[in-house]
Structures are given as C-alpha cells and as structure tokens.
Design a protein around this ligand. Structure first.
Ligand code: FES
Length: 85
C-alpha cells in the first residue's frame, strides 16, 4: 500500500495493493474523470506535485511523465505521491 495526498482537497487516501489510485481518489472525489481504466485513453491524467511514479501506461510521453500520471493504472514507487487534485 501507499498513500496519495490530494493537495488541493487537503485529503490523503491509502491505495491497497489490489486496487487503483483512481478507485481511492474517486472514493474521496466522486467527480474525478476517467474512462477506459486501462491506461490508454488519457482521461484520468493528473498532475503530480511530488513523489516517484511507477508509470504503467503506454500513452504518456517522457515529458508528460515528468509532471503527470494516469491514475487508473500507474502507482507509486515509494510510500507516497502528491496529486494536484
Ligand atoms: Fe483511460 Fe486512465 S481512464 S487512461
């Protein structure tokens, strides 16, 4: 498990090993946008403010990976990531 801080919402959620960042974020922010849930449409892209991301999509460019992630498939490499959400 790892933590995801939703900085603008001032909340932190825990993501279990068997669930996605998207699911954890949606539990707190039901309006969070998503579509394919498989890492190819880009709808769920969010800005990352801090933390190392384990990118598991095949859509984002290296430049985009510098400051964002697809939260339906990608995860944290460490114990915590911070989203601009
Ligand atoms: Fe489509 Fe995440 S919902 S890439």
């Amino acid at each position: 498990p790892f933590e995801v801080e939703l900085r603008r919402s001032n909340r932190t959620v825990t993501v279990p090993a068997d669930s996605s960042v998207l699911a954890a974020v949606r539990a707190e922010l039901p309006g969070t946008l998503y579509s394919c849930e498989q890492g190819f449409c880009g709808t769920c892209q969010q800005r990352v403010l801090d933390g190392e991301v384990d990118h598991r999509d095949e859509l984002l460019t290296d430049a985009e990976r510098g400051d964002s992630m697809l939260i339906c498939v990608s995860r944290a490499l460490g114990e915590r990531i911070v989203l601009d959400s």
